[in-house]
Design a protein around this ligand. Structure first.
Ligand code: GLU
Length: 410
């Protein structure tokens, strides 16, 4: 997903709203872009040098908020795009944060755990003056999780005193929140259930396909499976497989967790497939839950699903989006569909601030109405203005960020 692609989605909304060129520019440009060098000692005594980014896009509605990813393809343009998506996502669900994103250009699978710890701590050294519980709050994203957040929290606290609220997505034992690990996938599943109901499709008859059985894809699959839907096609960096009768979802997730390659490939009792066949699967629902930019125009032409729910950030390129909308495929966009994660991050931050912790039932009980409100509002705008859900979500987000900006003044 490029920054330019995100801008196309943004301007799709701002042009309809008629906000004018200056406000459009204000909404486009990131507030602050940090690019840092991260030099660490590798286990063999050599020096490893990496590039890291933290980009704060818009802070009108509250402290900057967004994940931190470790991936070999991370660059400034991509982090810019993802930071901007976070500003719109937090506005769609109405939580009091702005948008940010971070990334380190590294293939984390080539580093040992100790090297990853040194990398994470050194990155924190480089950005600690620009993050903080009331300033900018990182969280997990692609290839990062609770242990990385624990290292950042510990390293940041060495400079600033004990600060659990500097990151979210921490382990439960270290001031994390119940329900946070499952929250993004839970939100994806809820959006899928609501959109299927709106389309008049009975969940018991649903066949679905998921790209990426990481944290988001696995929880979304598990919850949809519990509602009676059948997972018939999956795939990831290691390969694609299918099972017309429906996979044993728990068994498949266990296979991914136990497999050193952390891939679905090789799961017993499945048929081997490929990228093209996966997207052309005869399914009702498609959930891209891996990386950005996977659905281009060519892939879009092959898609047979009536509903796409975006678990990943930026999986659909603008031309592909246009093509799918013209074919009446409903797309629940990333800034709504995967907002369960950051919403639960907000709960974690609130609990850290209060030093008072909620049960899993309480967390899930608060998550669902927030997402439902956002879903209803986006759907209402889409119906009233005869727009697709993505453009409607961007209109809602721009409206909220615009209001906050106007009230605060420049
Ligand atoms: N990385 C997640 C996202 O893209 C979560 C961000 C957060 O919790 O701050 O929404």
């Amino acid at each position: 997903m490029s920054y330019e692609d995100t801008l196309r989605y943004l301007t799709g909304a701002t042009r309809i709203m008629g906000v004018g060129a200056r406000i459009e520019r204000l909404l486009m440009l990131p507030s602050r872009q940090l690019k840092v060098e991260i030099a660490i000692e590798m286990d063999d005594g050599s020096v490893g040098v990496y590039e890291g980014f933290r980009i704060q896009h818009n802070g009108a509605r509250g402290p900057f908020k967004g994940g931190l990813r470790f991936h070999q393809e991370v660059d400034q343009d991509e982090v810019n795009a993802l930071a901007s998506l976070m500003s719109w996502k937090t506005a769609v669900v109405g939580i009091p944060f702005g948008g940010a994103k971070g990334g380190v250009q590294v293939d984390p699978h080539e580093l040992s755990v100790r090297e990853l710890e040194r990398l994470t701590r050194k990155f924190t050294d480089q950005i600690h003056n620009f993050i903080g519980p009331d300033l900018d709050i990182p969280a997990p994203d692609v290839n990062t999780g609770g242990e990385h957040m624990a290292w950042i929290m510990d390293q940041y606290s060495k400079y600033h005193g004990y600060s659990p609220g500097v990151v979210t997505g921490k382990p439960i034992e270290l001031s994390g929140s119940q329900g946070r690990v499952a929250a993004t996938g839970r939100g994806v599943a809820l959006c899928a259930l609501w959109a299927l109901a709106d389309l008049g499709i009975d969940i018991g008859q649903v066949r679905f396909a998921v790209q990426g059985l990481g944290n988001v894809g696995s929880w979304a699959s598990r919850i949809l499976g519990q509602h009676g839907a059948k997972l018939v096609a999956v795939g990831d960096h290691g390969g694609y497989i299918e099972n017309a009768d429906g996979f044993d979802i728990d068994g498949l997730i266990k296979h991914v967790e136990q497999n050193p390659n952390r891939s679905v490939a090789g799961f017993a009792g499945s048929d081997v497939s490929d990228f093209e066949a996966f997207f052309a699967s005869d399914v009702d629902l498609l959930i891209p839950a891996a990386l950005g930019g996977v659905i281009d125009e060519k892939v879009a032409e092959s898609i047979r699903a009536r509903l796409i729910v975006e678990g990943a950030n930026g999986p659909t390129k603008p031309d592909a989006h246009q093509h799918l909308v013209e074919r009446d495929v409903v797309i629940i966009p990333d800034i709504l569909a995967n907002a369960g994660g950051v919403t639960c991050s907000y709960f974690e931050w609130v609990q850290n601030t209060q030093r008072f912790y909620w049960s899993e039932e309480e967390v899930n009980g608060r998550l669902e109405p927030i997402l439902r409100n956002a879903y209803d509002e986006v759907t209402t705008i889409a119906r009233a203005k005869k727009l697709d859900h993505r453009t409607a979500a961007f209109i809602m987000a721009v409206r909220e960020v615009g209001k906050a900006t106007a009230l605060r003044g420049l």
